[in-house]
Design a protein around this ligand. Structure first.
Ligand SMILES: O=c1[nH]c(=O)c2[nH]c(=O)[nH]c2[nH]1
Length: 288
C-alpha cells in the first residue's frame, strides 16, 4: 500500500483590510475579510519540506494590503479577480487561486467621515482563477439576510409517524436568515447593480410567496433570481427555519389568536437547496 498526497491548498485566511478613500474632505470606507487559498506544484513542500514553490501566506496577506492601496477597492468580485489572477500569473508554481471575500457594510453618519456598521447582511464573493488566460468562475452572495413574514405561511400535509407531535397550521410566522450564493455565467457582470438586483429578487420572492413550506419559498426565491437575472445560472441557498411558536396563554385565562410567539433559537430546521437553469454549464469547482 502506498500513501500519496491528495488534494491540497494553502493561503492566508481572513485578512481584515479596511480601505479609506479620501474624496476631498469626504471619506469612503470598504471593510473586507479576504481569504486566499492557492494550489499548484505543492508536492515537494508536503513530501520533503522543500519550500521553493511556496509563496508565503504572509506575502499573500501583504499583497491584499498593497493592492488595496494601489488599485483601491471597488466591487469585491473585481478585487477578488485582481488578486486571484495576480497570484497565478506572477508565480509559475501556482496554478490555481481561490479568493473569498466578505464585505461588511457601513452607513454614513452626519459629517464627512463618520460611519455606523449597518448590522445587516454580509455581502460575499468567491472567485476561482487559473490565471487571466485560464478558466475562471465568480460566485456572488450574501449571508445573514434576516427576513420574516408575519402571516402568509402554512405547513400541513406532512408525514405523521409515531413521533410526530407538530400540529398542522394554515397560519404561522415564517422567518429565516438567508445565506445565498449565485454563480455568474461569466466574469464580466456589472457586479454592483447585479448584486442589488439579485438581493431585491430574493426579498421580493420571499415577501410575495404564499408559503406552503420553507422549501417551496426557497425554490421561488432561486427561480426569481434566475428568471430576472440572465447573468446568473445557479443559486444555492441555506435557510434556517427560525421557529416562532405560539405561546399557550390559556393558563392565564387569555386567548392567543396568533399574537404572542416564543422565538426559539435552537434547534432549527435547516433548509438547503440549489436552483439552476437547465443550460447551466457544470462547474462544481466554482463552489469549492
Ligand atoms: O417549512 C417547513 N419545512 C419543513 O420541512 C418543516 N419541518 C417542520 O417541523 N417544520 C417545517 N417547516
Amino acid at each position: 500500500m502506498a500513501i500519496v498526497l491528495g488534494p491540497n491548498r494553502y493561503g492566508k485566511a481572513e485578512t481584515r483590510v479596511v480601505r479609506v478613500t479620501r474624496d476631498g474632505g469626504v471619506h469612503r470606507i470598504k471593510d473586507l475579510n479576504v481569504s486566499v487559498a492557492l494550489s499548484g506544484d505543492m508536492d515537494e513542500v508536503h513530501l520533503t519540506g522543500d519550500n521553493a514553490a511556496v509563496l508565503p501566506t504572509d506575502s499573500q496577506k501583504n499583497t491584499v494590503f498593497a493592492f488595496a492601496r494601489k488599485y483601491g477597492i471597488g466591487e469585491i468580485e473585481e478585487f477578488g479577480l485582481l488578486l486571484a489572477r495576480h497570484f497565478v500569473d506572477s508565480q509559475p508554481t501556482i496554478a490555481h487561486a481561490r479568493v473569498e471575500i466578505h464585505e461588511y457594510g457601513w452607513d454614513r453618519l452626519a459629517g464627512p467621515h463618520s460611519f455606523v456598521r449597518d448590522g445587516g447582511e454580509v455581502r460575499t464573493a468567491l472567485v476561482h482563477s487559473d490565471g487571466s488566460d485560464g478558466p475562471e468562475s465568480v460566485v456572488s452572495g450574501l449571508t445573514d439576510l434576516v427576513v420574516l413574514n408575519a402571516t402568509g405561511s402554512e405547513f400541513h400535509g406532512f408525514i405523521q409517524d409515531e413521533y410526530t407531535t407538530l400540529a398542522p397550521t394554515d397560519d404561522r410566522i415564517l422567518a429565516t436568515a438567508v445565506t445565498a450564493q449565485w454563480r455568474h455565467r461569466g466574469t464580466g457582470s456589472s457586479w454592483g447593480p447585479s448584486y442589488a438586483a439579485v438581493r431585491s429578487c430574493l426579498l421580493d420572492a420571499f415577501a410575495g410567496t404564499h408559503s406552503l413550506s420553507l422549501q417551496q419559498t426557497l425554490f421561488q426565491m432561486g427561480r426569481r433570481v434566475l428568471d430576472e437575472r440572465p447573468e446568473t445560472c445557479e443559486v444555492r441557498m441555506s435557510m434556517p427555519n427560525k421557529h416562532h411558536f405560539l405561546v399557550d396563554l390559556e393558563p392565564f385565562g387569555m386567548d392567543n389568536d396568533n399574537e404572542v410567539y416564543f422565538a426559539a433559537d435552537r434547534p432549527y430546521g435547516l433548509i438547503e437547496g440549489t436552483v439552476l437553469t437547465d443550460d447551466a454549464p457544470p462547474a462544481p469547482a466554482a463552489w469549492n
